[in-house]
Design a protein around this ligand. Structure first.
Ligand code: URA
Length: 435
């Protein structure tokens, strides 16, 4: 295989064979193919695209560039969820334990927050003692004990993606559906779950801005996941508005615990139920979506999901008091300030992108991957689209380590909330289900 011949073939619109793709990825991972040739190929893929077979071969080669886990012979069916990321998205914290309480095994490998998008690992690490860096054996032991375990990506998981993603970031080749598909699925499929539900978000707080873009990505992910032997489904969901009433790590853990205790915001509860029900259907432990959602709702209301959360926290070394009294163990910010409505009205929209920026500036997120985050910072008591507000009511509460951080975002935060003078109905959260 001569790398430049492959680059030329793709540049001219040809389709690469699985063997060519495997050899290119192996050479790039080993360092025998330099960054400049991989960058040229990525740009050729950006302009020419890839067939579904090529995308599947790229995904498979990237997945096999490192360790892959297998849970063959495991007593429970394995299933997981992947979200393309959004603001206030704490669904995994509820969904993992909820699915475990329904008899699934959820081996979840998650990411850290970067830019506007929060990361499940950062949220979990707000729980004192919670260890997201388990060895493969400890991960299996935690999964066996709790039915759900959530850890971070190791150096050995899809190393080709780690290298390629950094290269794409600086060569203008991130927004390519085949490259995004291979990047997401090479990591997600390496964790070994047989069934995978995708939450592909679209809107101002998401990577994909329009439903059409989100559908194109979802279609590609579904096709490739299935070609590689997984059972798959996808929901296209709205990310014009943040999910729930909190954004920021410890604050989102608190809200997730509320949902696990049968309360919490309706949007978090309903989306978690819909995604978890799909996992149950794919894994064969349920046959009807509506009935599965009803059963799972009972698990939230009667403490079974909370018990699974407690087991997961214990298995990963965290302080289990978080399940019963989160306020006693989670960090709290030194400075809090409520923003209040200057007039009566109805909330017509909360701009997810602005809230994402506000939360980042308050210290809860990272601009660069090596930034240190403040687990206590963020926003809570956030109004939601459709809420009735009276003059003086709280629109949101800002939390940070210093008054300066709050002063810097106050105006932007206020501008995120649009009020109308007539009642507003919140648009649907689930835009489409792709089976
Ligand atoms: N998330 C990923 O993991 N990879 C991409 O290419 C884009 C989003």
């Amino acid at each position: 295989m001569v790398p430049q011949w492959m680059i030329e073939k793709k540049r001219d619109g040809g389709a690469l064979s699985a063997d060519e793709i495997r050899a290119f990825v192996a050479g790039y991972t080993a360092g025998t193919i330099p960054d400049y040739q991989m960058a040229a190929l990525a740009m050729a893929i950006f302009f020419r695209g890839m067939t579904p077979d090529e995308t599947a071969a790229l995904t498979d080669a990237m997945m096999r560039s490192g360790d892959t886990l297998s849970f063959a012979g495991w007593p429970r069916p394995t299933a997981d969820k992947h979200s393309t990321g959004g603001i206030g998205d704490k669904i995994s914290l509820v969904l993992g334990p909820l699915a475990a309480s329904a008899g699934l095994a959820v081996p979840m490998i998650s990411g850290r927050g970067l830019g506007l998008t929060g990361g499940t690992l950062d949220k979990l690490e707000a729980i004192p003692g919670f260890n997201t860096r388990l060895s493969p054996d400890a991960f299996r032991a935690a999964l066996s004990r709790a039915g759900c375990a959530i850890i971070g990506q190791t150096d050995r998981l899809a190393p080709a993606d780690r290298k390629l993603y950094a290269l794409r970031d600086v060569t203008g080749t991130v927004p390519s559906i085949p490259l995004i598909t291979a990047s997401i699925l090479s990591k997600k499929l390496a964790e070994g779950a047989v069934s995978l539900v995708l939450d592909v978000k679209c809107g101002r707080g998401a990577f994909m801005r329009t439903p059409e873009q989100a559908r194109a990505l979802a279609d590609s992910l579904l096709r490739v996941g299935r070609a590689l032997g997984r059972t798959m489904a996808a929901l296209i969901t709205d990310m014009e508005q943040p999910l729930g009433r909190t954004a920021g790590n410890a604050l989102e853990v608190r809200e997730a615990v509320e949902v696990l205790r049968g309360g919490g915001p309706a949007d978090i509860r309903s989306l978690t139920l819909a995604l978890t029900a799909r996992m149950c259907l794919l894994a064969g432990v349920a046959t009807d979506a509506a009935a599965a959602e009803r059963d799972l709702a009972a698990h939230l209301d009667d403490g079974r999901a909370l018990a699974a959360f407690r087991d997961m926290v214990a298995a990963q070394g965290g302080d289990i008091r978080v399940a019963d009294d989160p306020g006693a163990v989670l960090p709290t910010a030194a400075v809090m300030e409520s923003l209040s409505a200057s007039a009566d009205g109805w909330v017509a929209g909360v701009d997810a992108e602005i809230i994402g920026r506000v939360v980042l500036q308050l210290g809860a997120g990272r601009r660069r991957s090596d930034d240190v985050i403040d687990p206590a910072a963020g926003v809570d008591r956030l109004v939601q689209c459709g809420d009735r507000v009276r003059r003086g009511d709280t629109l949101m509460r800002l939390q940070a380590a210093t008054p300066d951080l709050i002063a810097a975002v106050r105006d932007a935060a206020r501008g995120a909330v649009r009020l109308a003078d007539a009642p507003v109905t919140r648009p649907p959260l689930i835009l489409e289900t792709l089976l």
